[in-house]
Design a protein around this ligand. Structure first.
Ligand code: HEC
Ligand code: HEC
Length: 106
């Protein structure tokens, strides 16, 4: 199920799932179709959300001019949305259901 609707993250640093089809998108050492829309310089034309600042940081948290090699292969972390049952049961509970009050909610 890919419907172009961005899904809420289960926790703040979850890699968001991809809300659109990626069929046929080339992702190799020489070509990165994802960056042609998601890189800072191209977001104005594509309307895609920019890869976040963390994608420009090296492992010492220093900012680089371009996407970090650690973040180049997008699909190592981001997967397309899929309407399937989990293969393994889990008991994950959202922190807001654990009673954490969002800032500014009083
Ligand atoms: C043709 C432009 C385009 C290409 C190519 C593209 N995207 Fe996207 N992407 C978008 C747009 C636009 C959105 C905003 C939601 C929507 O309209 O689907 C988006 C949304 C996303 C999101 C959701 C972000 C969030 O905060 O929920 C992720 C993750 C993502 N794309 C990853 C990828 C990956 C990985 C690739 C390559 C395999 C890729 N995209 C290729 C345009 C593109
Ligand atoms: C090592 C894992 C990893 C890789 C590789 C990676 N990402 Fe991410 N991505 C994340 C995580 C984790 C987040 C959410 C937290 C953050 O922003 O760092 C994220 C956030 C995003 C967002 C949401 C940004 C926002 O501010 O809403 C987009 C869009 C995105 N990534 C696209 C990409 C694209 C395109 C690539 C490939 C060029 C890529 N990511 C590579 C882990 C990764």
């Amino acid at each position: 199920m890919v419907d172009d609707i961005r899904r809420m993250r289960a926790f703040p640093d979850q890699p968001p799932v991809i809300p659109h089809s990626i069929e046929g998108y080339q992702l190799s050492v020489n070509t990165n179709r994802c960056l042609s829309c998601h890189k800072r310089e191209f977001t104005e034309g594509s309307g895609a959300p920019m890869i976040s600042v963390t994608h420009y940081m090296n492992r010492e948290a220093q900012m680089l001019a371009d996407v970090s090699p650690r973040r180049y292969f997008c699909t190592a972390c981001h997967v397309p949305q899929a309407d399937v049952a989990p293969l393994v049961d889990n008991t994950f509970v959202d922190m807001s259901e654990l009673g954490a009050k969002p800032a500014g909610s009083q």
